[in-house]
Structures are given as structure tokens and as C-alpha cells.
Design a protein around this ligand. Structure first.
Ligand SMILES: [Zn+2]
Ligand SMILES: [Zn+2]
Length: 169
């Protein structure tokens, strides 16, 4: 959605509400396409005391698999974003400002960038997910398989001990 902000820039106390559905189903993350359903965006652009701001909420569901136990995970997200919009930057450059020289704001691109920046590094079914057993592959959240971790490294350390003994002899 392209918002024409020229009127907002030129007048005081303008409010321009907007609402859209953003399709991010093509976005790849964690080897997955986590945006199964469209993202609901609603917000407004307003000008007050000569300052133009855009603020909006994004509501969506992330669906993927837990990075540890590989079970399906869904996370409901509600995020709020806020930016100041300027027609050009002054000397004091600031990354938080959106520059909108022609007065047209592309809300789709803005929202997509904002949302992707806030994505978690990985998805977990819970912060203390125990993951899968490295030996038998069972889900350790569901049962304790009782597998013992491999012991070979301990035996090797002992073998080196024996070597040292025989050297001294
Ligand atoms: Zn998990
Ligand atoms: Zn096991």
C-alpha cells in the first residue's frame, strides 16, 4: 500500500489511518515459510506540531518447528512500531527517521522490514525445551530414554595415563 503523505506534510493536525493485510508467505526463515497467514497491519500517519509520525500494530502468527525438539510451534505476535517521517534528513542523521522525499510512503516495505528485523533467531517450543536425545533421537520432553552419553573420551584419557606410566618404566 502506498500512502500519499503530501497533504499530511503540508497541513497541521492531520491524521491518516490505514489498514492492510501483508502477505509474507514467500519469506524464508529457519528453513521454513513461517508466515502461513497474512499479517494484519493497522495504524495511522499523523502530523502534530510539524512532526509527521507513523505508528502501527502488526498482528500475526509464526509457524515453524522447535529448533531443539523439531515439534511444530506457533507463536502469536502483537508488535507496535513507531517512526518519524521526514522529507529529507538534516545534518544530524538518524537511522530512526524514514525519509520520504516524494511524499509517498510504501507501508508494505516499511512493515516487512520492521517485522523481519524483530524475528527471533530461532523458534523454541519453550525456553527449557530438552530437545532430542543424541543417541536414540527420542523427544526428551516426552520421556527419559535413559541413554548414557558416549564414554569413549574418558577411556582415551585413561589410555594416555597408562602410556605415561610405561614411559617412566
Ligand atoms: Zn522443543
Ligand atoms: Zn535416548
Amino acid at each position: 500500500m502506498q500512502l500519499d503523505l503530501r497533504k499530511v506534510f503540508d497541513a497541521e493536525d492531520q491524521v491518516l489511518p490505514f489498514e492492510l493485510q501483508l502477505d509474507l508467505s514467500e519469506i524464508e526463515q529457519w528453513g521454513d515459510h513461517p508466515f502461513a497467514a497474512p499479517v494484519a497491519i493497522s495504524g495511522e500517519v499523523s502530523s502534530r506540531a510539524g512532526i509527521v509520525t507513523v505508528r502501527y500494530c502488526a498482528d500475526y502468527v509464526l509457524s515453524s518447528n522447535c529448533a531443539r525438539c523439531l515439534e511444530p510451534v506457533e507463536q502469536k505476535k502483537h508488535q507496535e512500531f513507531f517512526h518519524t517521517v521526514v522529507r529529507k534528513l538534516n545534518q544530524e542523521e538518524d537511522d530512526d527517521y524514514i525519509v520520504c522525499e516524494d511524499g509517498i510512503l510504501d507501508v508494505d516495505t516499511l512493515a516487512q522490514d520492521d517485522i523481519l528485523l524483530e524475528l527471533p533467531i530461532r523458534m523454541l517450543c519453550s525456553e527449557d525445551c530438552k530437545g532430542l536425545c543424541p543417541m536414540c533421537g527420542c523427544n526428551l520432553n516426552e520421556k527419559d530414554c535413559g541413554c548414557q552419553p558416549p564414554q569413549w573420551d574418558v577411556r582415551r584419557v585413561k589410555a594416555f595415563d597408562n602410556l605415561e606410566w610405561s614411559d617412566e618404566d
